[in-house]
Design a protein around this ligand. Sequence first.
Ligand SMILES: [Mg+2]
Length: 347
Amino acid sequence: MRISYEIIELVPRHVFRTARTTSATSECVIVELSDGELFGSGEAAPSRYYGETAESVVYVLERMRPAIERMSNESELMAELLSRGGTSDPAARASLEIAAYDMMGKRYGVPLHRHFELDPAATPLTTMSIGLDEPPVMLEKAVDAKGFPLIKVKLDNETDVSIVARIKEATGARVTVDANCAWEPEVALEKIAALAEIGVEFVEQPVEATDIAGLRMVREHSRVPIFADESCRTSADIPVVADAVDGIVIKLMKCGGLLEAVRMARMAKERGLSTMIGCMLETSLALTAAAHISPLVDYADLDSGLLLERDPYVGMTIDRGRMLLPDAPGLGVVLRDETTVPRSHGG
Ligand SMILES: [Mg+2]
């Protein structure tokens, strides 16, 4: 097989700010595998928080290039990725695995959700995320997102929780909150008590990622379900957080790919945890990969294509929060500038 890649710069429509990060632009790496007949596309959206950059992704791809070039098909690559395992370089590994699944789906004429035996009509609603900003700007963005039945509001230490009430009132949407590790446990208790009054559906990662005791304490005193995101990267973390939270957030770029994400969703369900599948700043290429397995989870937060100035891909589409999956083989994703016929079908 051949492998090629390209680093592309993603420009969000508004600077996207959370309690942890501020993104004016963000880099992702688009990966393409080819066996001369079929091709498969993948994407890495590296996050410094999880130890990756576009350069580190490229380093991993180059390190694997000789092995990939000796492989005759995508199944060998999947086997190789499985046998390596590990938790480092999750976005790099995810990009290769997504590309391999795309190629395999095209080989057998099967859309990705069907490979996992999932019902495309069973996708959960996706939230629309409102990044941190001055409260009037946050409110304006939320009103612009009208039609989304589920809105996720980013909060930090400084922003008053009353913005959540104003957003809920102005849009009539159900609302969730993500604190991205911002609060001390005692502060979290106060904030979450106020958020419970407002009628927030759940709160993501109120305290620091490593503070599992803090999560547990907050959850014991909270009327609102608590989800772990930064505290739960892979399936190995699920037993650690299982008795400290009500739900977990799964991300391909955090756990290393589709297979691990599916494992996390199933393991969480077995333990009675709710699940959400989320994203980094990604194009519709990686978002569509995640959307294909979303029938396995309760909530989705796969809106980053809508937050981009320009999303170079067309795949999963969102209609008032409802995700519509492509039914073309593989990911079913095409470049926005090309015809709507997938290139693998070209003569
Ligand atoms: Mg989060």
